[in-house]
Design a protein around this ligand. Structure first.
Ligand code: GAL
Length: 709
């Protein structure tokens, strides 16, 4: 009975989400993801703010909740670090203070998101059960006083978590004042070398491989006496003791997978408890740390949708000039592209409210930057946006962290004013959205899938082969190449439906199974345009080289043979030539020999492979395959080739500067800028500007509608 309704709600959500994100909700892996629909009962973005009642005199709580509501916030977020108050003594729970806070928040007109407190354990627990803390890579057991230092494999810790979450879910799972739940806080997988972690890893391997000989075969224990006689002998590979290639890379990859699986299971275990008591009256999420390298939202089964945290201004200056104060340009764009396709619904659970305390340098965000991030989140399709925190702390940890109100507890900070002014502006605007609007053909025609998964990331990081290799930077280069075309883009997984995307890019997708190679071939034959780049297909899905020629899994697809690959010291001159231009390279060079019918796009200019191909393209069935084997120093050649793929397919693209992003939601086009220089864009004649100005200033927002005057 419920299903058609949920399907309708989700469909409506997907239609209005930015660029109409094709969700993988059909993926059986996410069959449980029902609560997402609860977020879409209205076509609006909900705004919230974090609050720590126990940090403030109880007499001020009502004033503070009233203040939030008056400013336009819809919800408050509480309790994620409050275990010491919820269970002050082992087994003795105290919910009176939280009952009171929820009642006051409700009286003020706010909904409540409750955090489960697993990220900060009370001191009595560590005192009595030190095994709840992780053991780091140097063998040191961590201890009370900082958060998130727990061992996710320790049965004692897990039992305490299950009990407190059960107690909370029993008490609040039916409470209509509670809107949803956040599990833990910024889940991550700090290295844990405890006995329980070792035992859990052995169990994980036993389940994965069945027999120890099967594991030995994959880990290649035939070399250096690294084979094991039984799973009980297996150690946790410690990369701080043995650097690259002194450990089996396959063992290190399995450890990364095990950690991510353990993290996902930890979240699912808590989600299951909440759903047991709350059913699907309340939704369950967690606040991932932006796009992190050690967690994997696609490994969870029971969260309703993902959210993430976002702190763009933290001292780095990616685009130079004043861009340090506008924020890291790729953060929000990448996170939205990464989390949105998981099931079509996502939120920003923590948005930087102003100056933070934890960066190496903590500058003020530029006036306008916070507003721009909020519009960017809205344009990207976020359903929920919370800011971290309402009040500026007066003492204790994070006391230099700005809040929406300042140190007097009532006066808006400069950035708090900007945040709350903007939330009201967005609320005033969102009624204009057309829930039935479909992504226009001009954007749908260039919709791009970016194939990526964490296993590939880990595998690249385990064996970079050159200190010039930086997987993040490499990935960002291609993200930029796609984004500057103005193409809507989703990070997708191997089990995603590729046919939704006219263009598909798989940069440095090192591990390729025969099934993936076959899926790519079908995609191209049916008219898709596939772009593969350096290292893609070098290994099979086990992370091993196939017994055959280099890049065996993809040779028939790219229409090349691969002679080998090179990488150079920075002091050596090396160039690649394309369309009359030369480009310096050092990082990576796949040396290609095109087969008949394959066209050369770039050639190496020097070294013993001078004249060999560095990039090629070919037609296959109704589509094309392009292989960019070289990684140039500035990425300009790669960007030009990527642009050429759209152009050769007859699809119009834009030429946006770095850090300028184009989104679409509910019938409107949005452009935001993290670039330090004004951008004088040419709007089409049919565009009607609704808000903002051309040229688009740094931290500027432009909203327009096409086809109406
Ligand atoms: C986040 C974290 C919050 C708080 C915040 C401060 O990463 O989840 O608990 O520490 O940073 O900026």
């Amino acid at each position: 009975m419920l299903k058609p309704l949920l399907a309708t709600l989700l469909a409506a959500a997907v239609a209005t989400a930015a660029v109409a994100a094709p969700a993988d909700a059909g993926n059986p892996q996410h069959a449980h993801l029902q609560g997402a629909a609860l977020l879409h009962q209205r076509e609006q973005m909900s705004f919230g703010v974090y609050y720590y009642p126990k940090q403030w005199p109880e007499a001020q709580w009502q004033r503070d909740f009233d203040g939030m509501a008056k400013l336009g916030f819809d919800f408050t977020h509480m309790a994620e670090f409050s275990w010491t108050y919820l269970e002050p003594k082992e087994g003795q729970y105290d919910f009176t203070w939280l009952d009171h806070a929820i009642a006051l928040a409700h009286a003020a007109g706010l909904r409540v998101i409750l955090g489960t407190p697993s990220a900060a354990v009370p001191s009595w627990m560590g005192q009595r059960y030190p095994q709840v803390y992780r053991v780091d890579e140097h063998g040191q057991r961590h201890e009370h006083g900082i958060r998130a230092e727990v061992s996710l494999t320790d049965p004692t810790y897990k039992a305490f978590v299950a009990k407190i979450v059960t107690a909370m879910a029993q008490r609040y799972g039916h409470d209509p004042r509670v809107w949803g739940w956040q599990i833990d806080n910024e889940p991550s997988t700090f290295p844990d070398f405890s006995d329980s972690a070792r035992k859990a890893f052995q169990d994980w391997l036993r389940k994965k491989y069945g027999t120890v000989d099967a594991m030995n075969a994959v880990w290649a224990g035939s070399f250096w006496s690294t084979r094991y006689g039984s799973f009980d002998e297996v150690l946790l590979p410690n990369t701080t003791l043995a650097a690259e290639d002194k450990l089996s890379p396959h063992a290190v990859l399995d450890l990364a997978r095990f950690r991510a699986d353990t993290q996902a299971q930890f979240l699912d275990d808590q989600a299951d408890i909440i759903h047991k008591y709350a059913g699907h009256r309340q939704w369950v999420t967690t606040d991932y740390t932006n796009v992190s390298t050690d967690t994997d939202p696609r490994r969870t089964r029971d969260l309703d949708f993902p959210t993430f945290t976002l702190y763009p201004v933290a001292g780095t200056n990616v685009l130079g000039g004043d861009s340090y104060a506008v924020g890291k340009p790729a953060n929000l764009m990448e996170a939205a592209a990464y989390f949105r396709p998981v099931n079509g619904t996502f939120g920003v659970m923590e948005l930087q409210p102003g100056q933070v305390n934890w960066a190496s340098i903590n500058p003020q965000p530029m006036p306008g930057a916070i507003s721009m991030w909020m519009w960017h989140a809205f344009a990207s399709g976020a359903s929920l946006l919370a800011t971290y925190r309402y009040r500026h702390p007066l003492r204790g940890s994070e006391m230099y962290h700005e809040g929406i109100v300042g140190t007097d507890g009532v006066t808006l900070s400069r950035t708090g004013r900007e945040f709350t002014d903007t939330l009201r502006d967005i609320k005033a605007f969102e009624g204009k959205l057309d829930p039935s609007a479909k992504l226009p053909e001009r954007l749908a025609a260039r919709y791009t899938g970016y194939l990526w998964n964490q296993d590939v990331f880990w595998d690249l990081e385990i064996q970079p082969q050159t200190t010039l290799w930086n997987t993040w930077a490499y990935r960002n280069g291609y993200t930029l190449a796609v984004q500057t075309t103005g193409a809507p883009m989703d990070f997708i997984a191997e089990d995603s439906d590729f046919s939704r995307y006219p263009f598909l890019i798989a940069p440095a997708y090192q591990m390729v199974s025969p099934a993936l190679a076959a899926k790519w071939k079908r995609y191209v034959e049916q008219g898709g345009h596939l772009i593969l780049t350096s290292r893609t297909g070098q290994k099979n899905e086990l992370g091993q080289f196939p017994e055959g020629p280099w890049y065996a899994p993809i040779l028939d697809l790219i229409g090349d043979d691969v002679d080998g690959f090179d990488m150079l010291p920075p002091s050596v001159d090396a160039e690649v030539k394309a369309s009359g231009k030369t480009h310096a390279w050092h990082r990576w060079a796949d040396i290609l020999t095109p087969r008949p019918g394959t066209e050369v796009l770039a050639t190496y200019a020097d070294h013993y492979y001078a004249g060999k191909a560095a990039a090629t393209t070919r037609k296959l069935g109704k589509g094309t395959v392009t292989m960019i084997g070289v990684s140039t120093d500035d990425g300009e050649l790669e960007r030009a080739i990527v642009r050429g793929v759209y152009q050769n397919a007859g699809v119009p693209i834009e030429d946006l500067p770095a850090g300028v992003f184009h989104d679409w939601r509910g019938g409107y086009d949005f452009m935001v800028s993290y670039n330090p220089r004004p951008f004088d864009l040419q709007l089409p004649a049919s565009a009607h500007v609704v808000d903002g100005q051309v040229p688009l200033a740094p931290a500027g927002v432009l909203i327009w509608k096409e086809g109406t005057k």
